[in-house]
Write a protein that binds this ligand. Structure first.
Ligand code: GLV
Length: 318
C-alpha cells in the first residue's frame, strides 16, 4: 500500500506549487494537502509521513500512524525541543540549509552593504537636494563575525570572503572551518569572537545551548557600535538587553528577521526604533521549487528503506 503523505504549509499561496512539484510522484505515495488544521484533520488518522511547515504540534496527537516528519525548513525547534506523544518512534528530518542559504546570503549582504554604502546618509542628501560628499565604506574594511558555521553560516562566510572582508566564525565544535580567517570555539571563545567583529551575524539554530546567547554579558563584549544581524532565531537574543545596548550606543544598529515572539506584537519598540531594521521572518523563504526536491530524494530513500538525509540529532536539537 502507498504511504499517506500529508503536505502542510501555513502559506496557502505555496500550496499549488507544492501540488505541482509533488504530483509526478503520486504513483509512489498518496498525497494529501492542507494549509489549516481543519483541512488537515480528515487525513491525520492515516498519515504516515508529514511534510510540513507551520503546523501545530498538537496535530500529531491525532496521528497514530506517523513515522516520519520532514520539516520544509531548516529550523526544527518547534518539534525537536518539545515533548510530544509519538516522539520516540518518529524520525525527524529537516531541509538542508544549503537550499535556503543563497537567499539568506543576499539578505545578510544587503544588510551589511546598506551600512557600508551609508544609504541613510546618501538618502538624506537626496531628500535635501544637496550635492554633498559622503565617504562610502567598504566590506573590505569590515570584520564579519558569523556565529553558526553550519550549512547556511558557511555560505554567508564564503560570500563575504569573496568580497574581501575579513571573516571570523564562532561555533560549538572545533570542526575545521576553511571558510573563515579565524575560528572561535565554544562558550570560552565567545567573548573574543564578539570583540573581534564589526558586524556580528547570528545564523544559529534555537537550542537549549543557544537560548539568550546574546545577553547583557555578551553585549558588554561586542565592539562599540557593532552591527548585529539576526537571521537565526529570536530566542538567541535577550531583547530587552539589546534595546538597552542600542539606546546606549554599544550596539550601533540591529538588523533582525527573527524575534523572540512572532508575530512581533504591534506595540513592540523594535517596530519604530531608529537603530533597527527589521523584516517579518522572511530572509530564508521556503520556495517550493527550492526545497521540494530535497523531500523527494528523502521520500525515495524512505520508500527503499535507505538512509534519510538531514536526520535531526536529538542531542544537538538540529
Ligand atoms: C526558516 O526559518 C527555517 O527554519 O527554514
Amino acid at each position: 500500500m502507498k504511504p499517506r503523505v500529508l503536505v502542510y504549509t501555513k502559506y496557502s499561496t505555496d500550496l499549488p506549487r507544492f501540488v505541482e512539484m509533488l504530483s509526478p510522484d503520486a504513483a509512489q505515495a498518496d498525497f494529501a494537502f492542507a494549509t489549516t488544521p481543519e483541512e488537515a484533520a480528515p487525513h491525520l488518522p492515516t498519515t504516515e509521513i508529514l511534510y510540513g511547515w507551520g503546523f501545530p504540534l498538537a496535530m500529531t496527537k491525532s496521528m497514530p500512524r506517523l513515522k516520519w516528519i520532514q520539516k520544509m525548513g531548516a529550523g526544527v525547534e518547534d518539534v525537536s525541543g518539545v515533548k510530544w506523544p509519538f516522539k520516540d518512534s518518529v524520525i525527524l528530518t529537516r531541509t538542508d540549509g544549503r537550499l535556503i542559504a543563497p537567499r539568506m546570503v543576499e539578505y545578510v549582504l544587503a544588510a551589511v552593504l546598506r551600512r557600508t554604502l551609508k544609504t541613510e546618509a546618501t538618502d538624506s542628501l537626496r531628500r535635501r537636494r544637496e550635492w554633498g560628499y559622503v565617504e562610502l565604506g567598504s566590506v573590505r574594511q569590515e570584520t564579519i563575525g558569523i556565529a553558526g558555521l553550519g550549512e547556511i553560516g558557511s555560505e554567508v562566510a564564503k560570500a563575504f570572503r569573496a568580497l574581501g572582508a575579513k571573516v571570523v566564525g564562532w561555533r560549538r565544535s572545533d570542526t575545521p572551518s576553511p571558510e573563515v580567517d579565524r575560528l572561535f570555539v565554544g562558550p570560552e571563545g565567545l567573548r573574543d569572537f564578539l570583540s573581534s567583529a564589526s558586524t556580528v551575524v547570528l545564523v544559529l539554530p534555537k537550542t537549549d545551548e543557544t537560548r539568550r546567547l546574546i545577553g547583557r554579558e555578551a553585549l558588554a563584549a561586542v565592539r562599540p557600535g557593532v552591527h548585529l544581524v539576526n537571521v537565526g532565531r529570536g530566542d538567541l537574543v535577550d531583547e530587552p538587553a539589546l534595546l538597552e545596548a542600542l539606546d546606549s550606543g554599544r550596539v550601533g544598529h540591529a538588523t533582525m528577521d527573527v524575534f523572540a515572539t512572532e508575530p512581533l506584537p504591534p506595540e513592540h519598540p523594535f517596530w519604530d526604533h531608529p537603530k533597527v531594521s527589521m523584516t517579518p521572518h522572511l530572509s530564508g523563504p521556503l520556495i517550493p521549487e527550492d526545497v521540494a526536491p530535497h523531500f523527494l530524494r528523502n521520500l525515495q530513500a524512505y520508500l527503499e528503506r535507505g538512509t534519510l538525509q538531514n536526520v535531526v540529532d536529538p542531542q544537538r536539537q538540529y
